[in-house]
Design a protein around this ligand. Structure first.
Ligand code: SF4
Length: 744
């Protein structure tokens, strides 16, 4: 352990020096001058804004000459609570997409030959009103669904939920949170009350110990990874449990390679060790929790032998992790989608919530749970604002009569108390004609849904599909009407980041061509469909949000601006926001953390003789989701221009392939042909393929039917596959190219 720690410290020092040198050697003005050539600074637009890529929520100044983004540079450190002066490669350089040649600058409608042609807004909105309206008239609003966008602002997502319920008459409104952290939300909400991180980002530096699992932090959340590395540099312990020996593992005091799909087993193994050895926090358990005896009884089955056999983790590593957590005065438990994208993701999260609670690691500096959210505004737009089938904004249950009456009155409409379909269920419901029309905003379902062969069939067969986006992406190719939207640099509003901080997003350029912000499109469409929306700007929309949403009761644009961000809950105009959840009580009926024992679960599809390998999927640093933004960045594309499959050297030898040779990866749903990347980063029984490329869409291999029973999150992280050398005659489903992954 000591040797591992020394090595980790050396690595961290090296990286920390690199970060500092990179930042400090170039003065801000010098950098800007370099980026903008001979343009005069005073002639430029500048906006202090929030990154539109990931949910870390970095803040920086964007410079524009009105035509394009010229530079992204650090803002004053005190104005950037999450990132200070750091940004990653995407936040710093990822703006070519705004002016991309194929950016949508006018609406498109299908002509009589089924081809897209440009149309006026008037014609396009009329077609949408007619297409959605006629389905509503014939089959009822429940036959329609709306997929909202976690890339859009809070205010726009609020309107998406309102539009679905008030204008379309459906509760089938959801978003990409269903594909990632819905199981986190379900698991944490059941246990503690709020489905969100309890910590502030600062706690990643204050913690004595950080347990990370299912999080490729250096690639998916680079700036958070920097803070974690700084913690290690300052003497903190880092425990990493992951199927892949990802880069953050280099900085860990302990890395344990786990078998994908059995996270609750090793977590329960740690919990059992802690309880058996009386290492739990008795006072916290007695005063602030219920259900401890249930947890104690349920972990008995996770004996050392069983945990080791099921997860592949030597028991001494379970014991040493337990000792490290118990020794720490404050521990953060961090995770990403490796914990959640399972057929039992909610149980995984609840097992982690039990561990954090029995060790008393909640509500104090340097301690808590931290699901690292993915898209820039999935916490706010995807959750808090309530474009959800079961919740109004602020997680107010639509089945609650009193709450529903409040929204019916405010929105002047009847709302059913029956939950609508989750995103993943919408596609299954369409098979039975229970969903006939969809409105998809800023979400590329044709690539991001599990089992995209099925999703494509559904999109093709819908009676009416309207897509609102920056590009004619893979989903828009099935649309009847495509509406051109704006990116985050062309509009003003708020995003809420992974630690619940609501931050301003500011317009620095005019919308390209005839594109419009989502909120204006929704307003025009609502009015065309019989409503009377009159929002002058997004500040007015936020005022409506805070009047209906207790969690955001004190959130207004003026206050967010004046405070440099506000963390919810923020109950009223006097409230300063909440740095850390659960300092005094949990958000449950009894004010306690209600722990529940979690038994054994396994993936819904396990490897067998026919499909002997386990496929996991995930992200790489230089790409973002389905690539609609990053694939249009020439500089970024040089680093990871195409897909690949990571395979272990033993597997490569058995197949007779080397790095760069084409391999066919096949599941029961489909196959892709991609170049091999031979590495012992993955275990011999596992393979890994990124999620970012349409040509080799890895979701052809995943399964649309294996969903978490509570959250309906798909099991992206476990699919049984088989491999074969594709041979020299094969054509890749993506161009073969040298690929790299790595930190910035
Ligand atoms: Fe943007 Fe995330 Fe990178 Fe920060 S870490 S600059 S929020 S992509």
């Amino acid at each position: 352990m000591q040797q591992a720690k020394e090595q980790a410290l050396q690595n961290v020092e090296h990286v920390a020096e690199g970060v500092a040198a990179d930042t400090l050697s170039e003065g801000k003005l010098f950098e800007i001058a370099q980026s903008i050539g001979d343009k005069r600074l005073e002639e430029l637009n500048v906006a202090d804004t929030t990154c539109g890529y990931c949910a870390v929520g970095c803040r920086f100044d964007l410079y524009s000459d009105g035509e394009e983004i010229l530079a992204a540079r650090p803002t004053a450190e005190e104005d950037a609570p999450v990132n200070g002066i750091s940004t990653c490669v995407k936040g710093k350089f990822g703006y070519d997409f705004v002016n991309s040649d194929d950016r949508l600058t006018s609406p498109l409608v299908r002509d009589e030959n089924g081809e897209f042609r440009e149309a006026t807004w008037d014609e396009a909105l009329a077609r949408v009103a007619e297409g959605l309206g006629s389905i509503k008239d014939e089959y009822g609003g429940e036959a329609l669904s709306l997929i909202a966008s976690s890339k859009a602002t809070n205010e726009e997502n609020y309107l998406m939920g309102k539009f679905a319920r008030q204008v379309l008459g459906t509760n089938s409104v959801d978003n990409c949170n269903r594909l990632c952290h819905s199981s986190t939300v379900a698991g944490l909400a059941q246990t503690y009350g709020y489905g969100a991180a309890s910590i502030s980002t600062e706690d990643l530096e204050l913690a004595d110990c950080i347990l990370l699992t299912g999080s490729n932090t250096t690639e998916a959340h680079p700036v958070l990874a920097t803070r974690i590395k700084q913690n290690v540099r300052d003497g903190g312990d880092l425990l990493v449990f992951d199927p892949r020996e990802i880069q953050i593992a280099e900085y860990a005091t302990q890395y344990s390679q786990v078998k994908p799909g059995y996270d609750a087993v090793w977590i329960n193994g740690i919990t059992r060790y802690i309880i058996e050895n009386d290492l739990h926090d008795e006072q916290f358990v007695a005063e602030r929790t219920t259900g401890f005896e249930d947890v104690k009884a349920s972990v008995q089955e996770f004996t050392p032998e069983r945990v080791e056999e099921v997860t592949g983790v030597p028991y001494e590593e379970i014991a040493s992790a337990a000792e490290t957590i118990a020794d720490a005065d404050a521990c953060v438990f961090g995770w990403t989608l490796g914990l959640t994208e399972h057929s039992h993701g909610t149980e995984n999260v609840m097992a982690m919530a039990n561990l954090a609670a029995i060790t008393g690691n909640l509500g104090k500096p340097g301690a808590g749970v931290s699901p690292f959210r993915g898209q820039n505004n999935v916490q706010g737009g995807g959750g808090d604002m309530g474009p959800l089938p079961d919740n109004f904004p602020g997680y107010q249950d639509i089945a609650d009569d009193e709450i529903r009456a409040k929204f019916e009155e405010a929105w002047d409409c009847d709302i059913s108390g029956e939950y609508g379909y989750y995103t993943t269920q919408m596609f299954l419901a369409a098979d039975d004609d229970d969903i006939r029309g969809m409105y998809i905003i800023g979400e590329n379902a044709a690539l991001s849904e599990p089992g995209v062969n099925h999703a494509e069939d559904v999109l093709e067969d819908l009676e009416f599909l309207v897509v609102q986006d920056l590009f004619v992406n893979e989903t828009a190719q099935y649309a009847d009407v495509v509406l051109p939207a704006c990116s985050f640099v062309e509009k003003t509003g708020t995003f809420t980041n992974t630690d619940r901080t609501v931050q301003m997003v500011k317009q620095v350029m005019e919308p390209k061509g005839d594109s419009r912000p989502d909120w204006k499109i929704l307003q025009d469409l609502a009015n065309r469909m019989g409503r009377d929306w009159n929002y002058a700007d997004t500040a007015e929309i936020m005022d409506e949000v805070n009047s209906l949403t207790p969690l955001y009761g004190g959130v207004s644009h003026d206050r967010v601006e004046a405070n440099g961000g506000l963390q919810w809950p923020c109950w009223d105009e006097e409230h300063p926001g909440t740095e850390r959840l659960y300092a005094e009580e949990f958000n449950t009926d009894n004010g306690k953390a209600n722990l529940q024992g979690i038994g054994y679960s396994e993936p819904a599809e396990t490897p067998d003789d026919e499909f002997p390998f386990t496929l996991t999927t995930g992200r790489v640093l230089y790409q973002y989701h389905t690539g609609t933004m990053t694939h249009r960045e020439e500089g970024i594309m040089q680093y990871t221009p195409s897909d690949f499959v990571e395979i272990h050297p033993d597997t490569a030898a058995s197949l007779g392939v080397e790095s760069g040779d084409l391999v066919t990866v096949e599941s029961r749903r489909g196959e892709v042909v991609v170049p091999a990347q031979v590495t012992d980063r993955v275990g011999p029984e596992n393979v890994f393929v990124p999620i970012h490329f349409a040509e080799s869409a890895v979701n052809r291999l995943t399964d649309e039917e294996r969903l978490d029973p509570s959250a309906a999150t798909p099991e992206f992280k476990v699919s049984a596959v088989r491999l074969r050398a594709a041979g020299p005659e094969a054509e890749p489903t993506t161009p073969a190219a040298e690929t790299t992954t790595g930190d910035d």
